[in-house]
Design a binder for this molecule. Structure first.
Ligand code: G3P
Ligand code: CA
Length: 231
């Protein structure tokens, strides 16, 4: 099996070191020399796209409730564990290094159109390139909407099940990758994904024995909380 070097993808920034999906986490991932950063996004009712993982604010703040039910002003008053604010997608892009690519996971429904607008504005006005972005989601319907609004942008199909089941939708979406749980990746389905011409970016790979296994599979990148463990 191949032993090519996988790219290093910081999970929610570098959540092994700083509170996930915060600007501190993004900066930590950059300092750890990642090739790509993965973040999660929701869209609020006013159209603001915020970077946050959970459906609710309960785990990471002292408040309670569904993130999409907060106004932007209310959400910005919340303090995320460690004393952080919930950042917007634009704020993340503003602290990103030009050498580091961004994997935007569409967590919320109806996120694709606004995310695409923001991506396009950063390409037009801030020197970003389309190749710097990859859009992923477990919401395959949302990926379909993204493909409708942007025929060129790279798409990765996320799945927690047998990744072979994601091949048809990946083909339909002209996706570049399937991003499986590393626990679901086997010698057999790894080969099938490769034969389908798809890149493989497993998540969330933190332990040395699992990193070694993914490298033996010849995956294209490893999504990890601890970027320094991949080299
Ligand atoms: O993008 C891979 C990984 O982040 C998916 O799972 O729950 O961490 O968003 P989750
Ligand atoms: Ca994610």
């Amino acid at each position: 099996m191949g032993q090519k070097k996988p790219i290093i993808i910081g999970h929610r920034g570098a959540m092994g070191h700083e509170t996930e999906n915060t600007l501190a986490s993004i900066k930590s991932a950059i300092a750890l020399k990642v090739d790509m950063i993965e973040i999660d996004v929701f869209k609020l009712k006013n159209g603001e796209v915020v970077v946050f993982h959970d459906d609710t604010v309960d785990r990471l703040t002292d408040a309670k409730g569904h993130i999409e039910d907060f106004s932007f002003e209310e959400l910005r008053k919340l303090v995320v564990k460690g004393g952080h604010a919930i950042p917007t997608l634009e704020e993340v892009l503003d602290v990103m290094d030009a050498e580091v690519d961004l994997n935007i996971e569409l967590k919320g429904a109806n996120t694709s159109e606004r995310v695409n607008e923001i991506v396009e504005s950063y390409i037009k006005q801030h020197g970003w390139k389309l190749q710097n972005f990859i859009i992923s989601s477990f919401r395959w319907d949302e990926l379909e909407k993204m493909r409708e609004v942007n025929k060129e942008i790279a798409i990765a199909v996320l799945t927690g099940e047998d990744p072979v089941d994601a091949i048809p939708v990946a083909k339909k979406l002209n996706a570049v990758a399937v991003n499986p749980s590393y626990k679901q990746l086997t010698a057999e389905n790894n080969v099938k994904l490769k034969e389908a011409g798809l890149k493989i970016y497993p998540w969330t790979v933190n332990e040395p024995q699992d990193i070694i296994k993914m490298k033996r599979f010849g995956v294209d990148g490893i999504i990890t909380n601890y970027p320094e463990r991949i080299n």
